[in-house]
Design a protein around this ligand. Structure first.
Ligand code: KG4
Length: 338
C-alpha cells in the first residue's frame, strides 16, 4: 500500500491531501482571505498565513483520511513555480516531516500537477482517466498553454501565451468594470444573463498554437473609455452584456487554437485544467467540441480546478512508483520551464 501526503503552498491556498494507491482519501484547503482588500495576493502576508495554516491543514487531512502520520509512505510537496516565500513554507515543512518520519520526499512541479489532476481517483472503481497521448489546455491566472501529454513525465508545451494569461484577461477586464478580484468567477456569473453578441472585441492573429490576450484587453478598455464619454452609466447598464461578450471572445480564442492543435496532431482526447477551467462557458465549449468533433473530453471536478493538494499527492504517487525522490537540500523555484 502506498500512502502519499501532498502539500501545496505555492500561492495563497494552504492545502494538504492524502492519496492511497491512487485513490483520494482527503483533500483539505484553507484559502487566505487576508488578500481580498488588496485586490491581489500580497506575498509577505501569504507566507505568514501559510505558516499559521500548515499544521492544522495537514492534521485535518490526516484525520479525514483516517491515517496516522506513521502510516505515510512519502511526502510530496510543491517545489515551484510560485511565490518564493509561500513555497518555502511548504518545502520546509515537507523536509521536517519527512526527516522526522524517515520517509522519502518527492518534489512536484505545480503545473505538471494541474495536468495530472485528471488521474485522481475518487474511488477504486473510477476509471475515467485520460489515455496518452492527450492534449491539455492549462488556463489559470498565470498560464495559458496547450500541452501535449505523452506520459506523466513527458509533457511538451506546444503553444502558450505571449503576453497575458486567460485568467489575467478575465481579472483585468473585470477590474476596470469595478467587479472586484479575482474577477473571473464574477464575469462567469454575470455572463450567464448577458448577450454574448452585443459587443465585438479584438481577436489576435498569431501563427501556430500561441495565444495573446493583450489586444483583447486593450480593445475592451477602449470600448469602455469611448462609451463612458457619452454615458457615465455605461458599465452599470451593460455589465451583463459586457461580461458575456468578453467571456465569449476569450473562449473563442482558447478553443480555436486548441481545435487546430487537435486536428493537426490527430488527437481527440482533450483535457482542460487550471483555475479558468471552472468557467461555465469554457466547460460548455468543451462539451460542444466533444459532440461536433468526436473529442473525448476531461473536465476536472470544481475542487481540482484551483490550487489543491490532491493533484500534488497524485503526481507524488506517480513519481513514487518510479522511485523519483528529492534530496533534503532541494530548494524551491519560483519560475519554471515545464
Ligand atoms: O489556477 P488558479 O487558481 O491560480 C492562479 O493561476 O493564480 O487560477 C486563478 C484564475 C484567476 O484568474 C480567476 O479569475 C480564474 O482563475 N477563474 C475563473 C473562474 N474561476 C476562477 N475565470 C473565469 N471563470 C471562472 N468561473
Amino acid at each position: 500500500m502506498v500512502t502519499i501526503l501532498g502539500i501545496e503552498s505555492s500561492c495563497d491556498d494552504t492545502a494538504a491531501a492524502v492519496i492511497q494507491d491512487g485513490v483520494l482519501l482527503s483533500n483539505i484547503i484553507s484559502s487566505q482571505k487576508v488578500h481580498e482588500s488588496y485586490g491581489g495576493v500580497v506575498p509577505e502576508l501569504a507566507s505568514r498565513a501559510h505558516q499559521q495554516n500548515i499544521i492544522p491543514v495537514v492534521n485535518e487531512a490526516l484525520k479525514k483520511a483516517g491515517i496516522n502520520k506513521e502510516e505515510l509512505t512519502a511526502i510530496a510537496f510543491t517545489r515551484g513555480p510560485g511565490l518564493m516565500g509561500s513555497l518555502l513554507v511548504g518545502t520546509s515543512f515537507a523536509k521536517g516531516l519527512s526527516s522526522a518520519l524517515d520517509i522519502p520526499m518527492i518534489d512536484v512541479n505545480h503545473l505538471h500537477a494541474h495536468v495530472l489532476a485528471h488521474f485522481i481517483k475518487e474511488n477504486k472503481e473510477d476509471d475515467n482517466q485520460p489515455k496518452y497521448p492527450f492534449l491539455c489546455l492549462l488556463v489559470s491566472g498565470g498560464n495559458s498553454q496547450i500541452i501535449l501529454v505523452k506520459s506523466y513525465k513527458d509533457m511538451q508545451i506546444i503553444g502558450q501565451t505571449i503576453d497575458d494569461a486567460a485568467g489575467e484577461a478575465f481579472d483585468k477586464c473585470a477590474k476596470v468594470m469595478g467587479l472586484g478580484y479575482p474577477g473571473g468567477p464574477v464575469v462567469d456569473r454575470l455572463a450567464k444573463i448577458g448577450n454574448p453578441d452585443k459587443f465585438k472585441l479584438n481577436k489576435p492573429h498569431i501563427q501556430g498554437y500561441d495565444y495573446s490576450f493583450s489586444g483583447l484587453k486593450t480593445s475592451f478598455l477602449y470600448l469602455l473609455r469611448d462609451e463612458l464619454k457619452s454615458n457615465p452609466n455605461f458599465i452599470e447598464e451593460n455589465k451583463e452584456d459586457l461580461c458575456a461578450s468578453l467571456q465569449k471572445t476569450i473562449i473563442e480564442i482558447l478553443m480555436d487554437k486548441l481545435l487546430k492543435a487537435a486536428k493537426d496532431l490527430k488527437i481527440n482526447e482533450v483535457a482542460v485544467a487550471g483555475g479558468v477551467s471552472a468557467n461555465s462557458g469554457l466547460r460548455a465549449a468543451f462539451e460542444d467540441h466533444a459532440k461536433r468533433f468526436g473529442w473525448k473530453i476531461h473536465i476536472p471536478p470544481f475542487g481540482y480546478t484551483t490550487d489543491n493538494a490532491a493533484m500534488i499527492a497524485m503526481t507524488g504517487y506517480f513519481k513514487y512508483e518510479d522511485k523519483e525522490f528529492c534530496p533534503m537540500d532541494a530548494a524551491p523555484f519560483s519560475r519554471v520551464v515545464m
